[in-house]
Design a protein around this ligand. Structure first.
Ligand SMILES: Cc1cc2nc3c(=O)[nH]c(=O)nc-3n(C[C@H](O)[C@H](O)[C@H](O)COP(=O)(O)OP(=O)(O)OC[C@H]3O[C@@H](n4cnc5c(N)ncnc54)[C@H](O)[C@@H]3O)c2cc1C
Length: 405
């Protein structure tokens, strides 16, 4: 095998975007992917800002040709209270729509498009070891028969998601600052959907804001339903998960009405303790992207947007470095990514501590504030002209206090 310039570990959205971007800049790129595609993965609701990154990676047109469910907003609920955000009202300029996607199809389209553009991809090929240095990186991998090979390249992009290949090998994992939570989810038939339910993600908080569930409608009249809660509560679904999940659906009037007779399309799956931190996102000869960096919480659907965004930002810097320009990875990559992640972190914390409940369900909320919050929920977390981005650490708790006075 001829050595490529760049090896990307993982063919999820981060891997596909980084590979496509660098291929388009004239580099030879090899993606090594453990699984055979299409494969299931959770993370189905995108944010409008993801469109900008997909466009920069040269992958947006391929997705536009698919029949994914249009998403134009997010609807938050608690009991009988409701707060709707419409992306067309967002403060920041940019895409005001996106899609809700079955990830096995979405990820397949992205990586196939990258392949068609010239990226080499080896599926069912697991990276098992890596050695990095200033100029030459060595990667050992095995195919499904167990045969081991090695390859050398100039730079490695780790986009291995929950596989966290380099964080594990280089001891970069760090516990998350967020409480340990888990999730259980499945897909169901969605034949009783009202028109107004089609273009939204539906999020419903319960258990004193400790838990919430999502409904994500797909274009083929099915939907994803997932519950997020403490690990203990998610573990209580163990054994007979399907029956317990159905019982859960009967508990909430809006779920019961829409799904009580719906067929479940597969036995619910679960993930425990999904939040994880990272000590650093780069090192000699490598960079981490997407979920192999930090993962917070799914409540604001930030995962894929941050994955594709980090991939494009990192790919631009890899291009710079391989063109012999100096790159300050800490300043120009890690600090930028942390800025975006930290904005979402403030919103996740405010979601669980109840500040966002106070703001979202306030009787009269200033419409300018709502537009600015809407921009954050659309993924525009680097727009520092937005006070709800710039002052994210304090503005939500302060506003919640003022509203409660
Ligand atoms: C419960 C839950 C709900 C979520 N909901 C949303 C949502 O609604 N919207 C959203 O945007 N995000 C959501 N997310 C987050 C989303 O799942 C991730 O952020 C997203 O999939 C990250 O993309 P990625 O490309 O970094 O990694 P992945 O999509 O995980 O891709 C990584 C790839 O690397 C491969 N790989 C792993 N190890 C190796 C190895 N050793 N060698 C080769 N290949 C390897 C894997 O097989 C995989 O294909 C959710 C997460 C959870 C836990």
């Amino acid at each position: 095998m001829i050595n490529p310039d760049i090896v990307v570990i993982g063919a999820g959205p981060a891997g596909a975007a980084a590979a496509a971007y660098l291929n388009n800049r004239g580099y030879s790129v090899l993606v090594l992917e453990k699984e055979r595609f299409p494969r299931f993965v959770i993370g189905e609701s995108l944010l409008p800002n993801c469109m900008n990154f997909l466009e920069e990676a040269g992958l947006l047109e391929a997705i536009k040709k698919c029949d994914f469910q249009l998403k134009t907003g997010a609807s938050f609920h608690k009991g009988d209270k409701q707060c709707d955000f419409f992306f067309e009202e967002q403060y920041t300029e940019g895409y005001t729509y996106t899609w809700q996607v079955q990830r096995q199809d979405f990820d397949q389209v992205l990586i196939k498009e990258a392949e068609q553009q010239g990226v080499k991809v080896r599926f069912e090929t697991e990276v098992i070891d890596v050695n990095t240095s200033k100029d030459i990186q060595t990667i050992w991998f095995k195919d499904k028969s167990g045969k081991t090979e090695k390859i050398e390249c100039k730079f490695i992009i780790d986009a291995s998601g929950y596989g966290r290949v380099l964080p594990r090998l280089f001891n970069l994992n760090k516990p998350s600052e967020l409480e340990a939570r888990g999730s259980i989810f499945t897909h169901v038939e969605d034949n009783k959907r009202e028109v107004e339910d089609s273009n939204n993600i539906f999020i419903h908080a319960f258990d004193n804001n400790e838990s919430w569930f999502w409904v994500i409608p797909f274009s083929n009249k099915t939907a994803s339903i997932g519950i997020v809660s403490t690990n203990i509560r998610i573990e209580s679904f163990a054994e007979n998960q399907g029956k317990k999940f159905n019982e859960f659906i009967q508990t909430f009037p809006d779920l019961k009405h829409r799904f009580s007779t719906s067929k479940m399309l597969f036995e619910p799956k679960n993930i425990l303790g999904f939040s994880i931190g990272i000590k650093k996102m780069h090192g000699e000869g490598f960079v981490l992207c997407g979920n192999s960096t930090e993962f917070l919480d799914p409540v604001f659907s930030s995962g894929v947007t941050l994955a594709v965004g980090s991939a494009v930002i990192a790919a631009k810097l890899v291009d710079k470095q391989l063109s012999n320009e100096k790159v300050d990875w800490r300043e120009d990559y890690e600090n930028i990514m942390k800025k975006g992640i930290d904005v979402f972190k403030s919103y996740v914390l405010a979601w669980y501590d109840g500040s966002l409940e106070t703001i979202f369900f306030a009787k009269n909320i200033d419409q300018n504030w709502k537009k600015q919050i809407c921009s954050v929920l659309a993924g525009y977390v680097w727009d520092e002209t937005n006070p709800f981005v710039k002052k994210h650490k304090t503005i939500l708790t302060t506003l919640a206090k003022v509203i409660s006075m």
